[in-house]
Design a protein around this ligand. Structure first.
Ligand code: PEP
Length: 245
């Protein structure tokens, strides 16, 4: 049995409402937390809701702890309302909000400083894959974070999300995903062997009930970061079921 508990995270992006949160919580509560860890990441305003033990995550975080930063939310505030996780470096944040590798590293630090677990998204664009730059780009993104950490925290999660597969309906094949996941684990091993063995690496990019079982069966895929399919209670529950250890 793997030492890495499967983890399935729903990234709602700018979607969902209180009603969806209530029905999602009721369904996810039925899972045995020793067999699969499930997390909901709704928009910030819903993070204050009581999710009855179902874990919550934020979709981003400020690099700052307090001060004149209009519109920002600090890690300590997320912890205050019961969050466990923060998604950092999602490709939409990188592309639409200009978050560089340096900003992503600062957000990972802010997350860890607040006692939360960052889910660090990495992945190549279509063009980078076509130019055989997948290994180079993903390695660069992973190292940009690890090089900035004072020690190799055991509280990191990575998510490999090929940009070309997010919200497009195109999923990486199991072989393509497994190859990159194994490569990320090798990069982690270059820092610390235990880090490589214990860090969960999720796959994200058009994961659906139909393709999740096969993806999660791969040795180095420890669960999923789910966008579109996390907005439907039964689809997300089926994906969680397919991740059960
Ligand atoms: C995501 O946004 O992290 C994601 C994987 O989206 P989707 O599942 O919709 O491709």
């Amino acid at each position: 049995m793997s030492i890495r508990l499967p983890l399935v995270v729903g990234n709602w992006k700018l979607n969902g409402d209180r009603e969806l949160l209530t029905s999602m919580v009721a369904r996810l509560k039925q899972f045995d937390a020793d067999k699969v860890e499930t997390v909901i990441c709704p928009p910030y305003v819903y993070l204050n809701e009581d999710t009855d033990g179902v874990k919550k995550g934020a979709q981003s975080v400020s690099t700052q702890d307090a001060g004149a930063f209009t519109g920002e939310v600090a890690g300590r505030m997320l912890r205050d309302v019961g969050c466990h996780y923060v998604i950092v470096g999602h490709s939409e944040r990188r592309e639409l909000f200009g978050e560089s590798d340096e900003v992503v590293a600062a957000k990972v630090k802010a997350t860890l400083d607040a006692g939360l677990i960052p889910i660090i998204c990495v992945g190549e664009t279509d063009e980078e894959r076509e130019n055989n730059q997948t290994t180079e780009r993903v390695t660069q993104q992973v190292k940009a974070v690890l090089d900035e950490l004072p020690s190799y925290s055991d509280s990191l999660v990575f998510a490999y999300e090929p940009v070309w597969a997010i919200g497009t309906g195109k999923t990486a094949s199991c072989e393509q995903a497994e190859e990159v996941h194994a490569m990320i684990r090798q990069v982690l091993a270059g820092y610390n062997q235990e880090l490589a063995e214990t860090t969960r690496i999720l796959y994200g990019g058009s994961v659906k009930p139909e393709n999740s079982k096969e993806l999660f069966a791969s040795d180095n895929i420890d669960g999923g970061l789910i966008g579109g399919a996390s907005l439907d209670v039964e689809s997300f529950a089926t994906i969680c079921e397919n991740a059960v250890a």
